[in-house]
Ligand binder design. Structure first.
Ligand code: ADP
Length: 482
């Protein structure tokens, strides 16, 4: 089976969050199951620079205002199709915003172009290659299922995957005419969303199936607290809505061979983690201590509960934990974390910015990772934590609830506990979670048992990719034999 995946981020080419990890890893796992997945992504400057030799595959005389082309490349085991459209993507800044963090005003056009290109490949093929199914990721690819549905052509089935319902791609109704969709699409049954145009909404309405990244989040988003205005639509499509957990790329994230660690280790050599902890202490200016070292590796945002942590840092430190924080995002929150590091010198260390290598070292040397999200579609940092013996201390929501076994009495005595769960959205619950972590850490046997249980869990894509393969097959027929 041939599948076209369309996304705005793909690791290792461009990443701002978990979406990139997934789109970078899933094609490799599906290949083992006889599914040939090719990935279409925008030609940002960093992407074009990494590609090296490319093969031109198609051209546009006018794609939303100027010439563009599709080029093919193979990189790190990924089969890529890149939309090289300099007028849309050749600019400094992040994929979505300029260097000051202001979103590009023409984002609607940039990602409508991505979806249009994806639809063209799905309908006409690219050279001899024609997909039998299309997977669209998040709002940036949300128009794709709508372009297919309103094309009037025979089209392959499409799957809309939600990595985070909070980002919806909502735009003014005035953009509709430029999208190239028939007038009938501007309706509640189509792309219209609260008087404007909703890209994610369009995809959810038009795709043959909807996947989100954990079973719990798939249930949560049908309720108003999590549905962000889309709960009605999602309830109406409940039969087509699936929750499939993300896996991790366990070759990139392997504590036995990770080049970013000072010392590699496995479940039988956990003592090696101390060397990584020493390196973290040095980098974050932390004093040497016998208590637990907790890390945070996160976007510093409300979703991640980081405002609650920022308000509570003094109380967290009083539980006896040390904190090493790697994060970027909200400037006020960055300031609050840095100020707390000043007040608690040696107990709290903060590095602002995005540093992939440092995130590996933190997972390999910290004792625990704090993830107090208000909502969390799947979450990847707890999966990396589990694999690295860095015990997750996390809010009981979304994929966190699906992947962490709380250290209650029953789980501890059966040696199946892998972390600590607390109620989301409460500063008191975060402090209580840290207290439980500190108390459990003092029981070295119980702590090591949690680390080993987490490291023994199957977090790989192998099993989970099978669920995608089953869904794709049910929509498009049998995959080829691998
Ligand atoms: P989200 O996609 O909502 O940000 P996830 O937990 O799904 O959250 O994925 C976050 C990904 O980004 C993980 O791979 C995590 O390690 C990485 N990450 C987040 N913040 C940073 C940072 N400041 N530096 C390095 N990696 C980070």
């Amino acid at each position: 089976m041939k599948v076209l995946s369309v996304a705005s981020e793909v690791h290792p080419l461009v990443k701002t969050g978990g979406l990139a990890d997934v789109t970078g890893a899933l094609p490799k796992a599906l290949k083992q199951l006889g599914i040939e997945m090719r990935t279409l992504l925008p030609g940002y400057p960093g992407v074009m620079a990494r590609l090296g030799k490319v093969r031109a595959a198609a051209t546009y005389d006018d794609l939303f205002g100027a010439k563009a082309r599709l080029v093919e490349a193979d990189l790190d085991g990924l089969d890529l199709i890149v939309l090289d459209a300099p007028h849309l993507f050749d600019r400094a800044g992040s994929p979505y915003a300029d260097a000051t963090g202001r979103e590009w005003p023409d984002n609607w056009k940039r990602f409508a172009a991505l979806a249009r290109a994806g639809a063209d490949i799905a309908i006409r093929g690219l050279k001899a290659w024609k997909p039998s199914l299309v997977q669209a990721h998040d709002w940036q690819a949300g128009l794709l299922p709508a372009y297919l549905r309103y094309s009037g052509e025979a089209v392959p089935p499409s799957v809309m995957t939600i990595h985070n319902l909070a980002f919806q791609g909502r735009f003014d109704a005035a953009i509709f005419d430029a999208l190239g969709l028939p007038a009938e699409a501007m309706s509640v049954e189509g792309v219209e969303y609260y008087g404007g145009v909703g890209f994610l909404k369009a995809g959810l309405q038009s795709a043959d199936a909807i996947v989100t990244v954990s079973p719990t989040y798939a249930r949560e988003i049908r309720r108003p607290e999590f549905g962000m205005g889309l709960e009605g639509l999602l309830n109406g499509r409940a039969h087509d809505l699936h929750g499939i957990l993300n896996g991790i790329d366990d070759t990139l994230w392997d504590p036995q061979s990770d080049p970013d660690l000072k010392a590699t280790f496995g479940p039988r050599s956990l003592a090696q983690r101390q060397k990584n902890r020493r390196a973290i202490e040095k980098r974050f200016g932390l004093e040497r201590d016998d208590g637990p070292l907790m890390t945070i590796i996160s976007r510093l945002t409300w979703q991640k509960g980081m405002d609650l942590v920022a308000q509570t840092l003094d109380r967290i430190v009083s539980t006896g934990v040390q904190l090493a924080v790697l994060g970027s995002g909200d400037h006020a929150l960055e300031g609050a974390f840095l100020a707390a590091a000043g007040r608690h010198s040696g107990r709290i260390g903060v590095v602002t910015g995005y540093d992939e290598g440092l995130s590996h070292l933190l997972q390999g040397g910290a004792d625990a990772i704090l993830i107090p999200s208000r909502f969390e579609p799947c979450g990847l940092t707890q999966l990396y934590g589990l694999r690295y013996g860095c015990v997750p201390v996390a809010a009981r929501t979304g994929g966190l609830a699906d992947t962490i076994i709380d250290a209650n009495d029953a789980a501890l005595s059966a040696a199946t506990a892998t972390g600590i769960l607390f109620d989301p959205g409460s500063a008191d619950a975060i402090v209580a979670g840290c207290q439980r972590a500190a108390a459990l850490y003092a029981d070295a046997k119980a702590w090591a048992s949690m680390q080993k249980a987490g490291m023994g869990a199957d977090l790989s894509w192998r099993r989970r990719a099978g669920q995608y393969a089953d869904l794709f097959t049910s929509l498009a027929g049998k995959p080829d034999q691998p």
